[in-house]
Design a protein around this ligand. Structure first.
Ligand SMILES: [Zn+2]
Ligand SMILES: [Zn+2]
Ligand SMILES: [Zn+2]
Length: 156
């Protein structure tokens, strides 16, 4: 008597988005680099950046734009009018932060960069996170080696 209901497919979609961000081992996730040779081109003042709802400087596209981390220009993605890509080709500004998911892309490395590991990118990532979500980003635990304790409380 094999009267099994063939329609009861057990799904296992309990993977949290956070887990993917934390561990990055799921298929389809491109591992972010933890180093990049182009960080010297970063803008010297990334403490003040445009807000995540800034429109593309060229076509005024509204959402999911990129921030050039070299000159702080806001431009649309390669899936819209490719103005960030165009900007990279014109000016060779290869570092860009996505306002849609706050990932950092290096056009020269052709890879995502881990903005929470790379010290030069951490502060601008935190600034963008605050602008987008109105709070500080959660600290990522178990970073492995904690050889540098940056706990210099510079109170003024
Ligand atoms: Zn690079
Ligand atoms: Zn555009
Ligand atoms: Zn630029």
């Amino acid at each position: 008597m094999a009267n099994e209901a063939s329609s009861s497919v057990v799904r296992e979609e309990h993977v949290l988005e956070e887990d993917l961000l934390m561990y990055g081992s799921a298929s389809g996730w491109v591992e972010a680099r933890t180093s990049c040779d182009h960080l010297s081109s970063l803008s010297s003042d990334l403490s003040h950046i445009p807000t995540p709802d800034t429109t593309c400087n060229r076509c005024h596209h509204l959402v999911e734009n990129w921030l050039c981390l070299c000159c702080k220009e806001v431009l649309c993605s390669r899936f819209v009018n490719q103005h960030m890509l165009e900007h990279y080709r014109e000016r060779n500004h290869c570092l860009a932060l996505s306002f849609s998911d706050l990932s950092v892309w290096c056009f020269c490395c052709d890879a995502y960069l881990d903005a929470q590991v790379i010290v030069e990118l951490r502060s601008v990532y935190e600034t963008a996170y605050r602008l987008k979500f109105g709070e500080a980003p959660p600290l990522r635990m178990s970073a492995g080696s904690e050889n540098q304790v940056g706990d210099s409380s510079s109170g003024s």
